[in-house]
Write a protein that binds this ligand. Structure first.
Ligand SMILES: *Cc1c(COP(=O)(O)O)cnc(C)c1O
Length: 400
């Protein structure tokens, strides 16, 4: 009997409980204590980010961004539809209208060429989502933002420790948002961070994050009593989570290295199937350094994707697919979007399958996954020898 291969297993670096015990002993367990300081300074230094504020989730960091940038009812915010709900929700909850733009067929990232067409008088911001830890074309996006005076908030939930042209994701827009949810590369249960790259946003970010009070200035001795100064919420990450996170961030390089090995193994052993046009593998453009957040494959059509998903499930191998495109969700439809509006997004949602991917997956387990994919596609090839419409990659990167 085959043992279960889960889709994800949260990785424990080793010193998490030790540091949590230390946080408890130190006495400050609410937030912005010793471990928050250690986590943020490791990341600020490594990523070249002016100021990082830890938040209870990436969702919270995105919500804080919308408040900080004063996004108003009726403002338009450009984003992909092929993303997690929080990307849109953060802006929708302050009254903004999400403007969904299609993705590139190769990286499945926001198609920067379509962004300009979506800009109107009401556009306030662009939210590039770095899918799978592979950067969007930030040069193009930042140029557009400058030309039309728009804010850029990077949804780098999946992009912690990944790079674009030698710069770390999260350091490129005015704001960047990280996730440390247990499904991401570096984890603390639930957690996130707001990356601030412009000096003038930092003071207000502190205030909004701390219930709209100037408590930060009070702690620093700048005022003798703290008070209600602005809108705000409770967006400080608990020190217990920070202690957990610190144990993970100490292992940046080990975690990165191991994820690269897992990724390369899948890539290498599935390459014959791509050569044979039976599936498509992830694409990492030359100016991007991936953090190997996930490994996905694109099947020729939904029938084969669902078939493979079920085949693997019966063998106790848990693969998953995502996202249900936001534009064709019940909420998306309230802005008049409908199925058919964003063809590349819809094709990705139909054809993509994410393979089991976690630090402790063994080579034997990976080989089992690969063998079953080979077997399934061999069988289906015999069944329908006619269908050969692999997810098309137009190499639009070279077409200027
Ligand atoms: C995981 C994820 C989020 C949400 O992160 P949380 O920390 O769970 O709030 C947002 N955007 C994207 C693209 C994600 O993958």
């Amino acid at each position: 009997m085959n043992s279960l291969i889960p889709f994800n297993r949260p990785f424990i670096a080793g010193k998490e409980l030790h540091y949590i015990a230390q946080a408890v002993t130190l006495g400050n367990i609410s937030g912005d204590g010793e471990f928050a300081r250690r986590c943020t300074s490791i990341m600020e230094e490594r990523f070249g980010i002016k100021k990082i504020l830890l938040t209870p989730s990436c969702t919270a960091a995105l919500e804080l961004s919308a408040m900080l940038l004063d996004i108003q009812p009726g403002d338009e915010v450009i984003m992909p539809s092929y993303t997690f709900v929080s990307t849109a929700n953060a802006f929708v909850r302050v009254g903004a209208v999400p403007v969904f733009v299609d993705i590139r067929p190769d990286t499945l990232n926001l198609d920067a060429r379509l962004v300009e067409l979506a800009i109107t008088e009401k556009t306030k911001a662009i939210v590039p989502v770095h899918y799978a830890g592979v950067s969007c074309e930030m040069d193009l996006i930042l140029t557009l933002a400058e030309k039309y005076d728009l804010k850029v908030i990077e949804d780098a939930a999946q992009g912690v420790n990944a790079q674009y042209n030698q710069k770390y994701l999260g350091s490129l827009g005015q704001l960047g948002c990280f996730s440390f949810h247990e499904t991401k590369n570096f984890i603390c249960g639930e957690g996130g961070a707001l990356c601030l790259n412009s000096e003038e946003l930092i003071d207000r970010a502190h205030i909004i994050r701390d219930k709209g009070t100037n408590r930060q200035a009070f702690f620093q001795g700048q005022v003798d009593k703290y008070t209600w100064c602005d809108i705000g919420s409770s967006f400080v990450l608990s020190e217990l989570n920070c202690a957990f996170l610190y144990a993970q961030l100490e292992m940046f390089d080990e975690i990165n290295q191991r994820r690269k090995e897992i990724f390369d193994y899948y890539q290498h052993s599935l390459l014959p199937l791509e050569k044979n046009q039976q599936l498509r593998l992830p694409c990492v453009p030359e100016d991007c350094l991936s953090n190997h957040h996930m490994f996905y494959i694109l099947l020729p059509n939904k029938t084969l994707r669902d078939g493979l998903l079920n085949h693997l499930k019966q063998l106790q191998i848990h693969a998953v697919f995502h996202f249900v495109p936001l534009h064709s969700s019940p909420m998306g439809k309230t802005w008049g979007y409908q199925h058919g509006d964003l063809p590349v997004t819809e094709q990705a949602a139909d054809c993509l399958l994410r393979l089991p991917f976690f630090y402790e997956i063994t080579t034997e387990e990976q080989q089992r996954v690969v063998d079953e994919i080979h077997k399934f596609l061999q069988l289906s090839l015999q069944k329908v020898n006619s269908e050969k419409q692999v997810f098309q990659v137009a190499d639009i990167r070279n077409v200027e």
